[in-house]
Design a protein. Structure first.
Length: 202
C-alpha cells in the first residue's frame, strides 16, 4: 500500500513539474508570437508589389563590380518610373559621395522621375568597453548616415533580431539623438497611402 501511494505521489509530482514547464514555455512571448503566426498561416504577397532584386543573376547580367556606378541606379530608376509606380523603394543608403559625374547623373534622374523614391538610413550605435584600472568604461557612439541626395526621402533599416536570429518585432518609429525617425517600411507605406507623418503623435 505504501509503495502504491509513493508511486502515485511520484507521478503527481512529475505531472506538476511537466505542467509547470509547459506553462512557462507556453507563456513565453516568442513562443506565443510564433504560434500565432503558424495559426495565421502564410499570406500571399499582393500583386501590386514588384521586387527588383540585386542578386547573382543581375550581377552576371550587369557584369560590373560591386558597388555599381550610380549611373546604373539612375537608369534602373528611370526604367521603373516608366511603369508608373506610386513608390520606388531602394534598400540602399547612398550615404557617401560617389564620383562627381555619377552623382550628377543620379541627381538629375531623381529630379525627373514622377514616382516617390525612398532609400535606407542607418542609425548606428557602437558600444565600446575598455578596461581602466580594473573597471569597465563603456563608451556609446551614435551616428546617423543621412543620404547625400536631398531629393530622397528615407527610413531607417536597422532591424534588430531576437537571440535566435528571428525577427518578431519591428519598430515603426525610433527616437535617436533626440530626433524621431520612421522606419523604411513605414516611409514606403506613408508615400503609398499619402499619409501625413507630421500628424503622427509619438
Amino acid at each position: 500500500m505504501k509503495i502504491k501511494n509513493k508511486s502515485l505521489l511520484l507521478i503527481l509530482l512529475l505531472g506538476i513539474f511537466l505542467i509547470n514547464i509547459f506553462i512557462s514555455f507556453f507563456q513565453s512571448e516568442n513562443f506565443s508570437i510564433d504560434l500565432l503566426f503558424k495559426i495565421r498561416g502564410v499570406r500571399e504577397i499582393q500583386n501590386n508589389i514588384v521586387i527588383v532584386a540585386v542578386d547573382d543573376i543581375s550581377m552576371q547580367v550587369i557584369n560590373k563590380k560591386w558597388p555599381w556606378n550610380r549611373e546604373i541606379f539612375a537608369q534602373a530608376i528611370k526604367n521603373i518610373d516608366e511603369q508608373k509606380p506610386k513608390v520606388i523603394a531602394l534598400d540602399f543608403t547612398f550615404s557617401e559621395l560617389g564620383t562627381k559625374k555619377e552623382d550628377q547623373v543620379l541627381r538629375n534622374k531623381l529630379n525627373q522621375v514622377k514616382s516617390k523614391v525612398i532609400v535606407g538610413l542607418n542609425l548606428n550605435q557602437n558600444v565600446k568597453v575598455q578596461k581602466i584600472e580594473e573597471q569597465d568604461l563603456v563608451t556609446i557612439h551614435k551616428s546617423i548616415e543621412i543620404p547625400v541626395f536631398s531629393q530622397l526621402d528615407y527610413g531607417f533599416i536597422n532591424i534588430p533580431s531576437d537571440k535566435d536570429n528571428y525577427i518578431r518585432h519591428v519598430e515603426l518609429i525610433r527616437k535617436f539623438q533626440k530626433r524621431l525617425f520612421f522606419s523604411f517600411a513605414f516611409k514606403v507605406v506613408e508615400k503609398y497611402l499619402r499619409i501625413d507623418s507630421d500628424q503622427i503623435k509619438y
